[in-house]
Design a protein around this ligand. Structure first.
Ligand code: 5GP
Ligand code: ZN
Length: 142
């Protein structure tokens, strides 16, 4: 028995309300939904975070999420918009260490939101941060 709850769902050892079952991707309802219809899209192959995720699996997860989000908005469910959300790392709010893409259906006034202290950096600061990240991206190959 795996100690990863999402691997246990993939293996059929733990129950889930499945929305989409593809060879490399599974989508199922979140057990503690932020809003009605909140679901998760995961790669079947275990990856604890984005650094461990095969980019091809990542592409399949996003494609499945895009397809489900579009279908949900066209469905009879009262969905006016969808947020995609992915937490990578404890500081980002990740609690389950098997990569998952949240799809959160939205309706006006549903109370879901992102709490933040919005910052107003000047162009010099933005350019400096961009240069640091650009260098990191150029030197990092997954
Ligand atoms: P995170 O904070 O890691 O981005 O989100 C983890 C999500 O997984 C939470 O929204 C939580 O409700 C959901 N979750 C945790 N355990 C289970 C489970 O056993 N089954 C399902 N369907 N969802 C789970
Ligand atoms: Zn897993």
């Amino acid at each position: 028995m795996t100690d990863c709850i999402f691997c246990a769902i993939v293996a059929g050892q733990s129950p889930a309300s499945v929305v989409l079952d593809e060879p490399d991707v599974l989508a199922f309802m979140d057990i503690r939904p932020f809003t009605p219809g909140h679901l998760l899209v995961i790669p079947k192959r275990h990856a604890s975070g984005l650094a461990q995720l095969d980019p091809e699996d990542g592409a399949k997860v996003f494609a499945a999420g895009q397809r489900i989000a579009t279908a949900m908005r066209a469905s009879e469910l009262p969905i006016e918009g969808v947020n995609m959300f992915l937490a990578d790392g404890v500081a980002a709010g990740q609690e389950v260490f098997h990569v998952h893409l949240h799809l959160v259906p939205r309706t006006a006034g549903d109370g879901f939101g992102i709490r933040a202290h919005w910052q107003t950096p000047n162009r010099t600061v933005l350019d400096g941060t961009a240069a640091t990240i650009r260098t990191a991206v150029e030197s990092h190959r997954s």
